[in-house]
Design a protein around this ligand. Structure first.
Ligand code: HEM
Length: 402
């Protein structure tokens, strides 16, 4: 296995304890090829449709004019995309500032599929539960560490592994049958929603232990090319519309960032032999299949597609993949964030979440300030009235009559 943890919004060298989702990218080198779960430390995501991703990501990066991070564009986008609310609640809780990489959970986030040897499919979600205890930092602690040790999470991980205190996670799955998917209250392929654990309990799979730091950071970490399309027999994708977009985005990024033959870089190379009819391209370093034929079908080699890798077809006559217009609950952006705030968070977590939101929203500036704040407050209000009122109070916000 190989794992890469990361932050999202900052450039290389930016502080590890910034409020941000953390990347939790896991690769299994199996006898049947590489299987990647390029996940996050959050079970949901900000948007549920891939076509919104470039716009979303721009809001997390720098303002094109000032070259500064901008609370105005962040909250403008969130308030105009209420499907983000669930992830916003997580990001602005102390889970948005995890205490290093070892003490956070990882999630595949999307629904994936598993197909058994009888060609029966179930839908699954992957969870990596930290066995170090789930620890977060308060905003104050995170701010302080930013100045004193910007490489905090990387240092914590390297130090632990080098002294033999190997971090571990329990891999668990949630399982949903096709029948359950059809009657689930929300769309099971909507990545802004979780599958409640009560209905879909976590099932133990195994333990992941990280027991070695790569010898060379650039070779093995910088050059790693994770992609949700790295799948193995028995594990597949789902109609999740965000995941469907990711199928194209990652290999495109790798061809641009590392070149057409990025699969040949050692960290990306499967451990088993690869047989196909693709050839050439920049930086081809594996012998380019020598004198073997480069077309199929041919009369010279014995490479044939193995039918066992063909998955059963999806039922596309249903509207299961329609995350915006399937049933009345597709626009329910509020129930799960409200429950997270009321039922999952402790008093202390609620207090910190409110204060973290207020501190960030104070940064909204310009002539659209009040409009943006008011729009976001309405979303908070629909999730939980106390939350909205506490944010109003914290911001000392005066409503206009708009
Ligand atoms: C349509 C939605 C998304 C698009 C288009 C997208 C696109 C990308 C791209 C282009 C990269 C850089 C790849 C590279 O150069 O190696 C990346 C990195 C990454 N993305 Fe996404 N992403 C999306 C959603 C998500 C979601 C929902 C998750 C988690 C559940 C996620 C997790 C990651 C991680 C962990 C990395 C870093 C991988 C590494 O460690 O090298 N992304 N994403």
């Amino acid at each position: 296995m190989f794992v890469r943890f990361s932050t999202v919004g900052g450039e290389k060298g930016s502080a590890d304890t910034e409020r941000d989702p953390r990347g939790f990218a896991v690769r299994f080198y199996t006898e049947e090829g590489n299987w990647d779960i390029a996940g996050n430390n959050t079970p949901v995501f900000f948007i549920k449709d891939a076509k919104k991703f470039p716009d979303f990501v721009h809001t997390q990066k720098r303002d094109p004019k000032t070259n500064l991070k901008s609370a105005t564009m962040v909250w403008d986008f969130f308030s105009l995309n209420p499907e983000s609310l669930h992830q916003v609640m997580i990001l602005f809780s102390d889970r948005g500032t995890p205490d290093g990489y070892r003490k956070m959970n990882g999630y595949g986030s999307h629904a994936f599929s598993m197909v058994n040897d009888k060609d029966e499919r179930i839908w699954v979600k992957f969870h990596f539960k930290t066995l170090q205890g789930n620890h977060t930092l308060t905003e104050e602690e995170a701010e302080k560490i930013k100045g004193s040790d910007p490489d905090y999470s990387q240092r914590d991980l390297v130090d632990a592994i080098e002294k033999g205190d190997y971090p571990k996670w329990a891999l668990k799955i949630q399982v949903m049958t096709d029948e359950q998917a059809k009657s689930f209250k929300w769309n099971p392929f909507d990545v802004t929603k979780v599958w409640p654990h009560k209905e879909f309990p976590l099932i133990d799979v195994g333990i992941m232990e990280l027991n070695k730091i790569p010898e060379n950071y650039f070779a093995d970490v910088e050059q790693a090319a994770f992609e949700p399309t790295n799948l193995i027999d028995g594990i597949g994708l789902s109609p999740d519309r965000l995941l469907q977009g990711r199928i194209f985005a990652y290999p495109d990024a790798h061809r641009y960032r590392l070149g057409a033959n990025y699969h040949q870089i050692p960290v990306n190379r499967p451990i088993n032999e690869v047989n196909n009819h693709q050839r050439d391209g920049m930086m081809n370093v594996d012998g380019n299949a020598g004198d073997k034929p480069n077309y199929y079908p041919n009369s010279f080699d014995n490479i044939v597609a193995d039918k066992k890798y063909k998955e059963p077809a999806w039922e596309l006559d249903s509207n299961i993949a329609d995350i915006y217009d399937r049933n009345e609950n597709d626009d329910d952006f509020y129930t799960q964030p409200g429950e997270l705030f009321r039922k999952v968070m402790t008093d202390n977590e609620r207090r910190n979440t409110i204060s973290n939101i207020v501190n960030s929203m104070k940064g909204i500036t310009g002539d659209k300030r009040d409009e943006i704040i008011q729009r976001q407050l309405e979303h908070f209000y629909k999730a939980d009235q106390d939350l909205a009122m506490a944010v109003v109070k914290g911001l000392k916000f005066n409503f206009t009559n708009k």
